[in-house]
Write a protein that binds this ligand. Structure first.
Ligand code: ZN
Length: 220
């Protein structure tokens, strides 16, 4: 395999619209992605948008080879809740979806969270900005490019992908809400723009994979 570098697409929160619109798009491109879904009861909303049911997400992950990452139970910050609750949230979210990676809700973590995460998971994604090395030096503090309405453009996203290829690095892209109609959410990207970006990255000789499978491939 002569691929240089790697790209992982992470979709935080597992919104229902992402389930309905992004999952079929990824299938068209044969791309496996990571979905970080809180395991709390049905009909949860984050930033006023409905989260898909964990049952549906499990089905699609099994069927398509996507990865479900731990994203807590309630989606509250692990770094500020009582330690007991934090331990419970990590353990339960891992068990319910058999996750190997965690995406810290809100990107928040501290030393206690790291210690606890290492008991149940093999990797953790933060919201620290940047490209990762392969293998990553700190697998529980993985960096990302976190896209928002303000900082996302197809040209910019494609440039980071090209940079990951040229430098042989691991680009972990974070998306939240992606759909074909407008959302007021700060972290919103149009489906058509994601499609244009997928067009570009699938034409690059770069590995596109989940965190789980990238860790298996590169982490020694
Ligand atoms: Zn989240």
């Amino acid at each position: 395999m002569n691929n240089r570098g790697a790209i992982t697409l992470v979709f935080d929160d597992g919104y229902k619209d992402v389930y309905e619109q992004v999952v079929p798009l990824l299938a068209q491109y044969n791309v496996k992605a990571v979905f970080a879904v809180p395991t709390s009861p049905e009909n949860q909303k984050i930033a006023n948008e409905l989260v898909g049911s964990i049952t549906d997400w499990k089905k699609v992950a099994d069927a398509c080879g996507h990865e479900l990452a731990g994203h807590g139970v309630t989606h509250n910050s692990l770094a500020t809740m009582p330690k007991n609750d934090m331990q419970q949230e990590l353990q339960k979210s891992q068990e319910i979806i058999s996750a190997t990676s965690v995406v810290y809700p809100g990107g928040a973590y501290n030393d206690d969270v790291l210690t606890e995460t290492k008991k149940y998971f093999t990797a953790g994604r933060t919201v620290k900005f940047g490209l990762e090395t392969l293998p990553p030096k700190k697998p529980f503090e993985l960096k990302t490019i976190n896209y928002t309405k303000k900082n996302f453009s197809v040209a910019r996203a494609n440039t980071y992908a090209m940079l990951a290829y040229l430098q042989g690095k691991w680009l972990i892209e974070t998306f939240h809400m992606v759909r074909n109609t407008h959302s007021d959410m700060n972290h919103f990207v149009y489906l058509g723009d994601l499609e244009a970006h997928l067009d570009f990255i699938t034409s690059l000789p770069i590995q596109i994979d989940t965190i789980r499978d990238s860790m298996k491939r590169y982490a020694k």
